[in-house]
Design a protein around this ligand. Structure first.
Ligand SMILES: Nc1ncnc2c1ncn2[C@@H]1O[C@H](COP(=O)(O)OP(=O)(O)O)[C@@H](O)[C@H]1O
Ligand SMILES: [Mg+2]
Length: 259
């Protein structure tokens, strides 16, 4: 059977990554189906961000095979991966702080535009029209993540939670096949976390596929369709939230510990 709902969006296998004497990733793989929220959890230093950096072209892996929506892709550079259809956010917020919220999203949208940034500068008619449509779409995305009223605010003046939302809007602006979020709830208070949870559900309901790193185990178990657990760069468990929660190795490594 191969219905739409069973389409594999991300299929990665055999990823190894070494930093000098440290084996940061050992034979890591992941398979994400269309429409899933897929969780990646594990103690600090387990290799979660390194895995994100490898699949998005920021770090070169030593080995690994990479497929997005059934097509092999080469995670050779971040812009190539963005074009292939993976958008991400960072554990530490990376916005253009002096630009407005709307401008930050428009920058993301330009990855998908035909005229590109230069077309926007030269202002030919086609470029002007595309610019207007990028502006409209970017405003829609700000509305979607709940910060439409701050479109013209300089982004560094947004609250922490709103900056995180803005990063998500910017990532969505590329119309990604996969949205990869590295600790989007980090530093959020309980209210902001609840709102983030609602936003992620909304994103899922739009049919998007999400790969999520997050420390809040309760949040993850309630939100994710499946999860992979990393420890010391190795996958120690994969499965449904209930399977993960009752997995002995996971409890010892992670759930039962200081977390
Ligand atoms: N660029 C790098 N150079 C050297 N070591 C790194 C680099 N990036 C990550 N590491 C190391 O790889 C391990 C995994 O880190 P990381 O992927 O950030 O873990 P996590 O996101 O799960 O907390 C850590 O020991 C970290 O110090
Ligand atoms: Mg990390």
């Amino acid at each position: 059977m191969s219905t739409m709902s069973e389409q594999v969006i991300l299929n990665i296998a055999g990823v190894n990554k070494r930093f000098g004497g440290l084996q940061a990733l050992t034979d890591v793989g992941i398979k994400i189906m269309k429409g899933q929220i897929y969780g990646l959890i594990g103690p600090n230093g387990a290799g979660k961000t390194t895995f994100f950096n490898v699949i998005t072209g920021l770090y070169q892996p030593d080995t690994g095979t990479f497929e997005l929506a059934g097509k092999p892709y080469s995670p050779s550079a971040p812009h190539a991966v963005a074009k292939a259809g993976i958008a991400r956010t960072f554990q530490n917020i990376r916005l253009f702080g002096e630009m407005t919220a709307l401008e930050n999203v428009m920058v993301g949208r330009h990855v998908r535009s035909h005229q590109g940034v230069f077309g926007a500068v030269f202002r030919h008619k086609a470029a002007r029209e595309e610019e207007a449509s990028i502006r409209r779409r970017s405003q829609e995305l700000l509305d979607f993540v709940g910060i439409g009223q701050f479109a013209n605010r300089t982004s560094r003046f947004l609250s922490y939670g709103d900056q995180r939302r803005l990063e998500i809007a910017r990532a969505l602006a590329t119309d990604p096949q996969l949205l990869a979020l590295d600790e989007p709830a980090a530093g959020m208070n309980a209210t902001e976390k609840l709102a983030l949870r609602e936003l992620l559900v909304k994103i899922k309901n739009e049919g998007k596929t999400v790969l999520l790193i997050e420390h809040d185990v309760k949040l993850m178990m309630g939100l994710c369709d499946r999860l992979t657990v990393l420890e010391y760069g190795k996958p120690i468990a994969e499965g449904l939230p209930a399977e993960i929660q009752s997995n002995k190795a996971v409890i010892e490594a992670y759930l039962g510990g200081s977390h």
